[in-house]
Each structure stands twice: as C-alpha cells, then as structure tokens.
Design a binder for this molecule. Structure first.
Ligand SMILES: [Zn+2]
Length: 462
C-alpha cells in the first residue's frame, strides 16, 4: 500500500512503526465558528483513510484536537461580552457552542468519532514544560513575557513546505509590538492581557501559542513519532513546519512518518475560507442535501486535488447515490435474510482495493463500485439469485462500509409523523402556507426534513 507524504513529496510504501498499529493525529478545528465545506472535506477524507486502514486489519488510534484558547476565540468573546469580566465565562460558552455544532454536522456526515479529542486548555502544564525544555536547550528564548522558537537553531526548517529561510526572510516583517529576534521566529508562549484567560508560568501569566498544542497533545497520546499527521494543505506552512521544528528539537527524533494533506475546496478558482467570506456552511448544505450525497460528492475528487465547488455537481451526485441505494434495496429484498458462506472477493472488489491502496484513490475506487452496481442491477433484474450475485452484494456492502456509508435501508415513519405529512399536504393544497410551514418546523424538530419536488414531497431523517 502506497501513501503520498508531503515531506519529500513522494508516494511511499506504508509501513507503520509498530506492526498492525497506526497512530494518527489530525489537526482539529478552532472553536469560534461553525464548520464550512472545507472542514467537511478534510474530516471525511481522513475518516475514509482511517476506515480503509481498519478494514486492512490495522488498529488505528485516531486523535484530533480542539483549539479552545486562541486569538479568534478571545476576539469573539469580546464581541459578545458586555463587560471585560464576562470574558472568561463567554469563552467557555463559545467553545461549548461550537463543539456541539461541530459534532452535529460531522455525525451527520457519518464521520467516526476520534478515540481522543484533547483540548488545549487541559494540557497547559505539559506545554509549559515543553517550552521550558526548549528554552533550556537553547532552541527558544524569552522576551518580555513571550517565548519564541528560534528558527535558525533548527537547520532543516522548511523541509516540509520546501521553503527556505533565505527565501522567506525578505517577505517577513516584525510587527510593531513584537519582540522577535528574527521575523520568522514563532511564538510558543504569549503573555496574556489582563482580561484574557491565563496560566502561571516561569515567564509570568500567559497562554500557549497555537503550534505548541498539537506537538504536546499528539506526543501525550501517541508518543514521540506519529505514523500519520494530517490536516488541510493550508496547515503545511507555517503550522506543521513549526510543529516539526519544535517537536524534533525537543525529542531529537522524526515527528511523523507520513504527512498527509488534503487539497482546498475552491469556489470560482479561489480557496473557500472564512477570511474570503466565500464559504458554504455544512449546516446549511446538510439542510439542502442528504448527508450521504454530500459525502459521496466530497470523495468523488481525490483528496489531494482541489475540489471546485459547484452546487450543480452535488445534484448530479444525488442521482449516483440513488443508483447505489436502489441496488441495495433491491438486493436486500431478493437476497436478504438468506445465509451464504463468505465468498471470494469479486474482481470489482479487487479493483476497489487496489485503488484505495494507491494513496486512497477514492475516485477510482468509486469507479469500481459503480461498475459493480451496474452488474448487480443486471443480475437482479434477471432474477439471478446465484453465488455470483451474493458475492456482488456482499462486496458492495463492504465497499460502502469502508467508504463510510451506512447500508441503505427502507425506512418507515411512525403513523403520527405520517399523519403530520398528510396534514401539511392538505394545507398546501388549500394554499395555507403558514400552516404548512408550521408543520414543516414541527417535523424538523423531530429530525425529519421535507423537500417538495415535482414528484411530490419526500422526507429524510437528519
Ligand atoms: Zn495542529
């Protein structure tokens, strides 16, 4: 199995440190806002990798952090608080609000929960210890309550991003209130302003910088060398470059064996981001589209390629999903309940697996899946209930499981909900829009989303 690593930019045979075990760390979100499609893309991509590795028999330990202290969170709390003394309480409230929002959308996308979700504020004492060691070893220095990492002390700085100091320096500036010796030095510990949350440290009251949290928390749960360190392409520089510099200076060992980065989601050629204000929130997209369709849309592009976002494309993926769903429902009706022994994998499954072994090539894997669906449909329509048909259906279920799709099942609503949908139909016929909307909201509060189509009203759970 081959995996592309950003460090050295090459596909490498995948060999974890310990046989049968994969230690995986993926950078998580900063809890100050809702997730957009770019976040969905990243976490679906890493979820598929994890599921595939698990299907290959690896025990995967997956750790993903939450950044719960940071400039953006503090800024948001200032905007929402009426007085300075409310800020610490506000921060707690904001962090809890967006953590809940994160799980709501990621659970809908059927992303498996991480084994551990460490939060930065629970690990500050370990961060202070690591920063202290870096100062002691001469890699970092303190100035006026701030501590900086000195990039000149780490000769291979730039090895991940392919940037070098000579090239970076001319563009870098030292801000007016900064105390760095070299403009490329980065902060490990920040002195806190009076109203900000702070921790006691050898350098006075302060709080950790962003980069240090990932180094400390990944090592805490996974050890000094990770098998896979992942994140969005935008984290390569400076975040992951800085993580390497501080971690490897601290331990004297390689920090991660494989650096995996997913590509951007783009809109009209530009990166989808908060700062460009051109983002689509996952919450909103999930009200419009079936989460399985959105998931299928996201993995239809290879994770390293940019994904050019167009609503129209999601709609066409909806038809593809319907093909999968119909094949499953029909197969279940014809073959379900009948016991068959495990049959050898079909050629389609072998192609699927080969594609996934080639740096998690999901578009190619989906090609094999759709070929299988075509063949399965042909056999089902001819009423062929033989071993080959059973094999095809068995393989389809396994492929769907690896890609993170729950097996489609015919769903039924309770009579009470059915009745509400009928009442709404009545209201619509009588052009009583207010009543129709009222019933729609009731259903939504019960987890049922309605969509009015030319063929009638359809519902789904969300
Ligand atoms: Zn990180």
């Amino acid at each position: 199995m081959k995996v592309f690593t950003t460090l050295g930019r090459e596909k490498k045979e995948f060999v974890p440190q310990e046989a049968g075990k994969v230690k995986m760390y993926v950078c998580g979100v900063t809890l100050y806002d809702e997730c957009h499609l770019g976040h969905g893309r990243a976490y679906v991509a890493f979820d598929v990798m994890r599921r595939f590795l698990e299907s290959r028999g690896y025990k995967v330990i997956y750790v993903q952090n939450f950044t719960d202290i940071d400039d953006k969170i503090i800024k948001k709390s200032q905007e929402e608080a009426k007085e300075e003394k409310e800020i610490p309480g506000k921060i707690k409230e904001i962090v809890a609000r967006y953590k809940e929002a994160y799980f709501r959308v990621m659970d809908q996308l059927n992303i498996k929960r991480a084994d551990i979700y460490p939060c930065a504020t629970d690990h500050v004492s370990c961060m202070i210890e690591m920063v202290g060691k870096l100062v002691e070893k001469g890699f970092a220095y303190e100035k006026g309550g701030d501590v900086f990492f000195s990039v000149e002390k780490f000769p291979s700085y730039g090895k991940l991003s392919g940037k070098n100091l000579e090239e970076l320096l001319p563009g870098a500036r030292v801000g007016k209130d900064e105390k760095k010796k070299n403009p490329l030095d980065f902060v490990l510990w920040k002195s806190a302003k009076p109203y900000e949350p702070s921790w006691d440290s050898p350098w006075g009251k302060g709080r950790p910088g962003w980069h240090i949290e990932c180094s400390v928390m990944s090592m805490e749960y996974l050890g000094e060398t990770l098998d896979i360190h992942g994140g969005g392409e935008d984290l390569i520089f400076p975040h992951h470059e800085n993580e390497i510099a501080q971690s490897e200076s601290y331990t004297g060992r390689p920090f991660a064996r494989y650096w995996i980065h997913n590509g951007f989601v783009k809109i009209s050629g530009e990166k989808m981001s908060k700062s460009l204000k051109n983002f689509f929130l996952l919450r909103e997209l999930l009200e419009e589209f079936d989460p399985r369709v959105l998931r299928l849309y996201l993995i239809s592009t290879h994770y390293r390629n940019p994904l050019d976002f167009q609503i129209e494309n999601i709609k066409s993926v909806a038809n593809s999903w319907q093909r999968i769903e119909e094949a499953c429902l029909k197969a279940e009706e014809m073959l379900g309940g009948e016991k068959v022994e495990k049959l050898p994998a079909t050629l389609y499954f072998k192609n699927f697996q080969q594609a996934m072994e080639d740096d998690f090539n999901t578009p190619r894997a989906l090609g094999a899946l759709f070929d299988l669906v075509g063949e399965l449909n042909r056999r089902l329509s001819r009423g062929e209930k033989d071993a080959e048909t059973f094999s095809l259906y068995g393989d389809l279920k396994e492929m769907l499981d690896i890609l993170g799709f729950p097996l489609p099942q015919r769903e039924h609503l309770s009579p009470e909900l059915e009745k509400l949908i009928q009442q709404r139909e009545e209201a619509r016929k009588n052009k009583n829009w207010a009543e129709a909307d009222r019933i729609r909201e009731i259903l939504k509060s019960k987890g049922i989303l309605l969509k009015d189509t030319p063929q009638g009203t359809v519902w789904r759970r969300f």
